[in-house]
Write a protein that binds this ligand. Structure first.
Ligand SMILES: C[S@@+](CC[C@H](N)C(=O)[O-])C[C@H]1O[C@@H](n2cnc3c(N)ncnc32)[C@H](O)[C@@H]1O
Length: 375
């Protein structure tokens, strides 16, 4: 273990690891960028006209779009390449993770008696809901819930490593600190834009995962008590170690976001980042009801998630997105995207005039920002 430095500085792919990860990042950029543009063009020039000739009209739904694409060789090649790039991603990131795991485990042990460690509340009796427990999200080996290593840190490290791979592929690695909470900052900006006066004293991050984004809330509101909740014990172990190693006293609890175990009106800010498209959409209304219960009057619930609601997407984009659902470890994605968040929030008990569901810009893209204020 290196002393006097944080794991964010230690986490560094070697030259060869970085070269392989760079290749995977570029490949993914090409497949999700240029090649999807080619698929769009192919759809307009060939596949849509063929569908129109057979059916008298253009495809109107992603299922009809999938039918139009299904026998196309370019689409099949795209799918095979995306699938393979996902395997390559886990394989290349794993080299770095396995090499750095002993250092992270040593930090974890050294932190046990430190004040920087907030609480870690695990629940040995937790029942992981079906179908979440049996899914390997993103096709991550072992998924979010299995970890054979002594300290259960490998699952989080793998997740973290892939986020870093994407960050490097976007050119952010050179400008940003490793593990810097980019989405946490985005959430804080979205909050400030809507509720500039909010000064929370207690904050809950639902589906906090590796806790890298949770750190942003602790940094921004240093006086606040900050909690992260997640279903995954291994991810929480990583989060706890990551936060403590960075000198942040953040508390973590293993719980289902539907019933977190906190008392009524415990928080004045509840946030989540990309939780809702990774949890089973059937339980989404229960999570919103729980958030309303946990908020103090005047408190805010603010969530950021994928902007791929079908009404905003072309048919080819709906098709390629849904391909990820069926083939690439994103089983809850379209279920979430098909739901109207404003309607769900109101159904959960938030008042119509205090609910929001918009799209905020980030880089050249956007994220869906939705939530409500409790009156
Ligand atoms: C994509 S990860 C996002 C993690 C973190 N918010 C981030 O931005 O890095 C989604 C997380 O939601 C958690 N999750 C899914 N369903 C949940 C539920 N019902 N209750 C609590 N956590 C849940 C998963 O275990 C996972 O850690």
């Amino acid at each position: 273990m290196s002393k006097n430095t944080t794991f964010s500085k230690t986490y560094k792919p070697t030259h060869d690891e970085a070269a392989r990860q760079g290749f995977v990042g570029s490949l993914k950029g090409y497949l999700n960028g240029r090649l999807e543009v080619d698929l769009d063009e192919r759809y307009e020039s060939h596949l849509k006209p063929q569908f129109v000739a057979a059916n008298g009209r253009a495809p109107e739904t992603r299922d009809e779009g999938t039918e139009a694409f299904s026998h196309d060789h370019a689409y099949q090649l795209w799918g095979a390449a995306v699938f393979t790039s996902q395997d390559l991603m886990w394989e290349t990131v794993d080299d770095t993770c396995q090499r750095l795991l002993p250092d992270l485990a040593a930090r974890h042990r050294a932190l046990q008696d430190s004040d920087a460690f907030g609480r870690l509340e695990l629940d040995a009796d937790i029942e992981l809901p079906e179908p979440i427990r049996n899914v390997e999200i993103h096709r991550q080996p072992g998924g979010y819930f299995n970890d054979d290593e002594e300290n259960g840190l490998l699952t989080g490290l793998r997740y973290f490593g892939t986020v870093e791979l994407y960050r490097a592929a976007k050119g952010l690695a050179a400008t940003d600190q490793t593990g810097a909470p980019g989405m946490g900052q985005f959430i804080l900006a979205a909050l400030k834009r809507r509720f500039p006066e909010l000064a929370p004293t207690s904050i809950l991050d639902l589906g906090c995962g590796t806790g890298t984004e949770t750190v942003a809330y602790a940094q921004s509101f240093p006086e606040a008590e900050v909690w992260g909740v997640d279903l995954s014990e291994p991810l929480l172990r990583f989060a706890h170690t990551w936060a403590g190693d960075g000198g942040h006293s953040i508390n973590f609890r293993q719980a289902d976001a539907r019933h977190t175990g906190f008392s009524d009106e415990s928080f004045d800010l509840i946030v989540s980042n990309i939780l809702f498209h990774e949890t089973w959409f059937d339980i989404l209304p229960d999570i919103m009801r729980e958030a309303l219960r946990l908020l103090r009057p005047g408190g805010v619930f603010l969530n950021v998630d994928i902007p791929y609601q079908p009404h905003r997407l072309s048919i080819p984009k709906q098709v390629t997105n849904h391909w990820q659902v069926v083939n690439n470890g994103e089983p809850f994605w379209t279920g979430f995207a098909d739901m109207d968040m404003r309607e769900q929030l109101v159904a959960a008990g938030f008042e119509q005039e205090h609910v929001f569901a918009d799209y905020d810009a980030i880089g050249s893209g956007e994220f869906h920002v939705f939530g409500g204020r409790k009156v």
